[in-house]
Design a protein around this ligand. Sequence first.
Ligand code: NAD
Length: 478
Amino acid sequence: MNQIPAREPSFRESVDLMFNRAVALMDLPPGLEEKIRVCNATYTVRFGVRLRGQIQTFTGYRSVHSEHMEPVKGGIRYALGVNQDEVEALAALMTYKCALVEAPFGGSKGGLCLDPRQYEEFELEMITRRFAYELAKRDLIHPSQNVPAPDMGTGEREMAWIADQYARMHTTDINARACVTGKPPHAGGISGRVEATGRGVQYGLREFFRHPQDVKKAGLSGKLDGKRVIVQGLGNVGYHAAKFLTEEDGAKVVGIIERDGALLDPAGIDVEAVKNHVMRSGGVNMFPGPRYIREGAKALEEECDILIPAAMEAVINLENADRIKAPLIIEAANGPVTAGADEILRKKGTVIIPDMYANAGGVTVSYFEWVKNISHIRFGRMGRRQEEARHQLIVDELRKLDEHLGDAWSMSPDFKGRYLRGADELELVRSGLDDTMRVAYQACSEVWNSRDDVSDLRTASYLVAIDRVATSYRAKGL
Ligand code: NAD
């Protein structure tokens, strides 16, 4: 585990520092500023579960940062290091993240102190159901008040247990499935949720590279094609980001960092093969080919064009910030760069695409899932065939033209098949996510480029987000 140097502010203090830096550039009444900054409430629960012949006590949290919009939204993480400070920092980030991507939610976050790898599946189910019960009976899981999602150490399986537990406790709630997102498709989930956060990282980078003046600030040029990437954490977020960037954008993964060390290879590493190896063996060690180093965090300091920390917070801190060579960092994880490191990197000219934006793909698709759940219909069900019928009309006309013009013109061989197909749920979800990531980036980039007092994307995104939250509070008469 990465040790944060003693003089480094905590994650919560880091978020507050970054918030303060942004509000200093705004003209908010001090009372409103304070209202937005503070965390509204944090519930701590300790509960017992009988496991392996004895009662084990677990500690969990659900923190609600801001209820300017409801429901509030934010993942539940399972990790040994979970604590109130961390959960509150993450809940605050959720408020700003939702505002930035215009998901109509307040911010929340939850966590349970446990290492999920130490438990059997049936044990985890008992623990999760009990935790869900404790939260649901206080409306801290609720379709219209508080909607969790997966985070570190949790996934579709845990979300399905939570949804089922809630449904058992609220047998007549027609919207019960909307009480949590990130569920598997067969249990009310949505296509494309599992990949969403990594997909959002990809779309975010694509949009960044559509802004040449921003790319230039990082000292880079061109597009994603051929860019050298180092990724830390080959879990849900890191794996999908690395996979899509290599398979679809021509980027090259030259480094992969996991718990047990890192793999480095300037010629490029096969992400899929490493993922399979990690699934089988629990780590990257002994993967054939690339150079292996035991001290994984050292690989953050290697040469690359894009560094993607996608594991945990505070991995880039006062201790190593000076040695980070990547000119562009995209924070796929929450809080991977501490406030102290952020300052050092900013001075060096490193461009950081901040977590608030970079990993917002998850909550964006969670929003689509929630809408699907409360509307009780899958996206595309009403319009798809009608769209195909209209496309058929055009294809029929083009076919006539094709016959009429003979050799002078003809339809491309695959045009008909590609054009005829109406969009299914996955395509619609990706399209909605792509649009969201583009529009949100444009809002941040506009602030970054138009204000002399804003020198980085993080401040720009805080400004955009806080302004929206403030508008929302004002509209409520606060
Ligand atoms: P995950 O549990 O699926 O994956 C985390 C990965 O990081 C694992 O492969 C783990 O082995 C690895 N890891 C843990 N400690 C490490 C270390 N010290 N060095 C290198 N690798 C290490 O978690 P995830 O869902 O991918 O979340 C990762 C980050 O992304 C977290 O900060 C989380 O808050 C953030 N995030 C996740 C989502 C989501 O939809 N899952 C959404 C937004 C933000």
